[in-house]
Unconditional design. Sequence first.
Length: 543
Amino acid sequence: MADTALDKFESIDGSKLGELSHLSNFEVTADFRKIAPDNLNGNEPIDVGRGNPNWINTTARLAQGRMVEFGIKDSERTFTKDNGAMAGYIEMDGIEDRFKEFMNPENPADQLLLNTVKYATDELGINGDEMVHEMADGAIGNHYPVPSRSLVNVEKILNKYLEKALYRGAELANETELFPTEGGAASMVYIFNEMKLSHILEPGDKVAINTPIFTPYLEIPILKEYNLEIVPLLSSEDNDWQMTDEQLDQLKDPSIKAFFDVNPTNPAARAFSNHALDKIKEVVEANPKLTIVTDDVYGTFAEGFKTIYSVVPHNTLLVYSFSKLFGVTGHRLGLTAAHKDNVFDQIIAEKTAANPEIKAEFEDRYSKVVTDPLHMKFIDRMVADSRAIGLYHVAGLSTPQQIMMELLAANNLTVGDDTYLDASREVVGERYNAFWNGLGVDADESEGNTKYYTLINIPTLMEKSYNKDFSDWYVKNYNYLDFSYRLVREFGAVIMDASSFGANEGYVRISLANMPTESYAKIAEYMKELLAQYYAEYQKNNK
Ligand SMILES: *Cc1c(COP(=O)(O)O)cnc(C)c1O
């Protein structure tokens, strides 16, 4: 190894970096976080490794609080005891009128609630008393979720939100069924579990995955209980972070049972192009039994976004999360969406007809909870299996969380232009510019860039900032984690290495979501300083 600044660090040497490269990027970053406060320059630590946003949606939270207040007041109508510490229950009859009287249209939170009910009654034809009753009873959380998959009106509102935010004109709200879950994370877990239990994915099956990708999609399929073979479709910066036609053509092979994708991507932060969407349509025509799971958590951050679900709805399960856009990671709010007519159910029917053992297995498993176990839909199996069958009658997401999601969605549905979406794009956009301007390198401004994250190739940055010989020298002489390590050790700035996402070595990910704009200018400055240090070492060694 060349004479590096690492030599003067007492605690970590090259071998330690070697050890680190066996860990996942989340663990490496956790180690970096620990050493950041002791950085050699005595800087205030900056952590841009996290995807957790540092903003929150205020209106829907306040509205949720007001709905709780209203629900309690309405419960007191039936009876109270213990000086009001106990109240009775909500009655449906006349509740819309009582609600309208309680709410103050001058207050933005109350206005959201009034608008939500108005939207439900006027646009969706929902009965006003039923709507308000579901919201109030759901907000106070006094009943098990019924139906367990999703509250009835919550599903209608969420469907309209998904249609407006992600489908770009395709009208699928009425044909889509939803299962609200404990974040997108639970949706992912339930989907993997159900694809296995339904025999859609068997051990040894091939699943294609668009990489680089959010690491769980690489880590879950290879677990012993799934034992799937991953076919990575690696996109590269040279191809604008899009999959090539040749890569997408691989999906036409019927031995590929499923395609898992994150769109827009994490970490590359790019939406699939229209061309890729057309190509996916073509692929499904050639391989009609292909199952697709699309994780569209970042969809709203890309202008003009269109989900794969709206292109091939019958083949696709859509995973959505409210975590990022609305700053509700602690709430755990996500969902799975499925078309009423889908290949998941078709495959189940075919397997049942073709294989007596599978038929017997399904009958045995689901007859405990439904009268027609063989025709139980994939999405309902997901709900039942999420509670190990035995607890199906108390399954479903907590009702206050369902109402919270409904209000976040309604906040977007009931305003004419998406001012909240614009604000969220503005926040990450400013930080993105502060970072790339600070580095003095042209930023990627192409369409479909969410700017929620940005990937930086360190050797390429070295080449752009100095020259190719210098960057080759770095690659040859240093562990690929060296730059990130020295950035934290010397400057206290934590960035995330992107190799465990499936990116080629040399890429680091910066999240634009979790620090104020100034921090991004600062981190660019530190990176430039560090580049200059490496360059000085390069010159010293190449005299
Ligand atoms: C953050 C993230 C999730 C997790 O969403 P939660 O709703 O917080 O569980 C899922 N998928 C991707 C791609 C993410 O980046």
